[in-house]
Design a protein around this ligand. Sequence first.
Ligand SMILES: *[C@@H]1O[C@H](CO)[C@@H](O)[C@H](O)[C@H]1NC(C)=O
Ligand SMILES: *[C@@H]1O[C@H](CO)[C@@H](O)[C@H](O)[C@H]1NC(C)=O
Ligand SMILES: *[C@@H]1O[C@H](CO)[C@@H](O)[C@H](O)[C@H]1NC(C)=O
Ligand SMILES: *[C@@H]1O[C@H](CO)[C@@H](O)[C@H](O)[C@H]1NC(C)=O
Ligand SMILES: *[C@@H]1O[C@H](CO)[C@@H](O)[C@H](O)[C@H]1NC(C)=O
Length: 279
Amino acid sequence: MVSFILCLLPALLATTSAQTIAPATLTCNTCFGLTETCDTAVGTCQDNKATGGCLSVAEDITLDGTRTPFFYKQCLSSYKSDIKIPISFTVGNGKYFRINITQCNDTDNCNSAVLGVPKENATVNGLQCPTCFAQNFSVCNTQTIPCTGDETYCMDFTGYLVKDSGISAFVGKGCATASTRDIKPETTLISAVYRYVFLWGNSVPADKIPTIPPPTSTTPANTTIPPPTSTNPANTIKTPPTSTNPETTRSGASPALGKFSFTLYLPGLTGLLLVKLLS
Ligand SMILES: *[C@@H]1O[C@H](CO)[C@@H](O)[C@H](O)[C@H]1NC(C)=O
Ligand SMILES: *[C@@H]1O[C@H](CO)[C@@H](O)[C@H](O)[C@H]1NC(C)=O
Ligand SMILES: *[C@@H]1O[C@H](CO)[C@@H](O)[C@H](O)[C@H]1NC(C)=O
Ligand SMILES: *[C@@H]1O[C@H](CO)[C@@H](O)[C@H](O)[C@H]1NC(C)=O
Ligand SMILES: *[C@@H]1O[C@H](CO)[C@@H](O)[C@H](O)[C@H]1NC(C)=O
């Protein structure tokens, strides 16, 4: 399709005809809501079929201490099918991040199905990870906890989150699904309330819980998280990509939906993606 259009382009430009060939469009469902019924702003959107896709997201996030289940469907200007789902990680003290995502581009309204939010599976799986989460600190004090369900990896990450009231750096560690290995540096996960930008992350298979517990280890181990110098959160906070400012996203034609989007992006493409998402 792309090469076809590219071949055609010189011919089109050569003519003085006012005729333009509209790109083939892909129609997707749109909605958002606090429950799976996703019953607010129900409608459709159109995307360029050659490059776009349809998106559906179900999420349940408690990282900031408040529980925010959220569901939304949207057009996706840049289709990527490489993300593994669902993604979940648990950082202790009842704080977790769970998200399920569908991206498709094969048929109109391919995002119409009801998407389930990943549920907790509280069954311990014999593995353990150091866990912690802190905002506006470059280190956090870890506490090793047993992992549950399919969270068989230990994740270690830094980044920042953006919401209406400002930007906060975060650091965290926790039990995580294997799919978190796909959270590459500069991944942005945009949820209902926050935009999470992961600057650095690493996921490794979790250790088994030792059968003989270590003697009286009441002092938490010293852990410092050394973020790569090029992605120092402090530096990054001062220069968030201006084109992805939430203020900007809210000025879209669909104000309510504008905030709620999910993108995995390459540096430099962000603006394009978000602008397209809002158009
Ligand atoms: C869907 O996206 C893939 C990857 O970008 C592309 O190769 C494929 O042609 C697209 N499918 C349709 C039906 O547009
Ligand atoms: C996540 O979505 C997929 C469909 O894309 C679905 O098959 C799966 O059951 C969902 N996972 C959960 C935990 O709800
Ligand atoms: C919950 O997690 C345990 C441990 O990994 C696993 O054995 C069990 O099958 C899971 N249950 C469900 C319903 O996924
Ligand atoms: C982190 O610091 C920023 C900038 O000072 C501030 O806006 C934000 O509210 C702080 N967040 C938390 C959770 O303390
Ligand atoms: C923690 O770090 C401090 C200063 O670097 C050091 O004196 C102390 O022994 C460390 N404690 C543990 C448990 O590693």
